[in-house]
Write a protein that binds this ligand. Structure first.
Ligand code: IMP
Ligand code: MG
Length: 189
């Protein structure tokens, strides 16, 4: 049977990654975040907004840990393409479908890096007059120059290195890894 290690080795012939957050740790932390969100939104019906593509796995796991009525929608913004560094430009590729005026919105991100994506979404969503707007991210890269603050719910704070797996891609692949892998020291440019 093919394992997660096979998948990594087949696709990443030269690059080296190592497990950074295990499947168990992701699920433990997701449960904690879910409980916290359920407490904070008791009596309300929030809309979870998944940011495509990266957050679809985290969103799916997170909402199953939030035992209150909720809805979901998705938006898609431009990504890094096949590069590891952000182009610095963010644009909207798919808008929200639902009516969000006077609703409680929780935007779900896989990872916040420069903060440009969050800043962009905050601007376009605020213009649609939701009742409230909060952000949850599984991973927050520790960078001096991030413009993301404040993020309301953070799963893990991680160093400023490239990570893959659990929804996060490298050249569009490896989103299906169960754990989160980090680029080894020697590979950081
Ligand atoms: P930001 O706009 O710089 O905060 O970038 C956020 C987006 O870039 C995330 O939603 C990811 O799609 C992508 N991204 C940032 N860092 C990584 C990484 O280490 N691995 C994979 N994707 C990343
Ligand atoms: Mg993303």
């Amino acid at each position: 049977m093919r394992s997660e290690q096979n998948l990594l080795q087949d696709v990443l012939k030269k690059e080296e990654f190592e497990v950074y957050i295990s499947e168990e740790d992701i699920h433990r932390r997701t449960k904690e975040l879910g409980r916290q969100i359920a407490d904070d939104y008791e009596g309300r019906v929030p809309i979870f907004v998944g940011v495509l593509n990266g957050s679809f796995i985290f969103l799916a796991d997170l909402i199953r840990e939030v035992p209150i009525d909720c809805e979901i929608d998705f938006l898609k913004i431009s990504s890094y393409g096949d590069e590891k560094i952000s182009s610095g430009n963010v644009s909207l590729l798919k808008a929200l479908d639902c009516e969000i005026e006077d609703r409680d919105l929780i935007v779900v991100e896989d990872i916040v890096d420069s903060g440009l994506s969050i800043q962009y979404m905050r601007k376009i969503i605020t213009a649609m007059k939701p009742r409230s707007l909060k952000f949850v991210t599984l991973l927050l890269k520790e960078r001096d120059n991030s413009i993301a603050a404040p993020i309301d719910y953070v799963g893990f704070r991680i160093p400023d290195k490239f990570v893959i797996g659990y929804g996060l891609d490298y050249k569009q692949k490896l989103r299906n890894l169960r754990a989160i892998y980090i680029e080894k020291e020697s590979n950081v440019e």
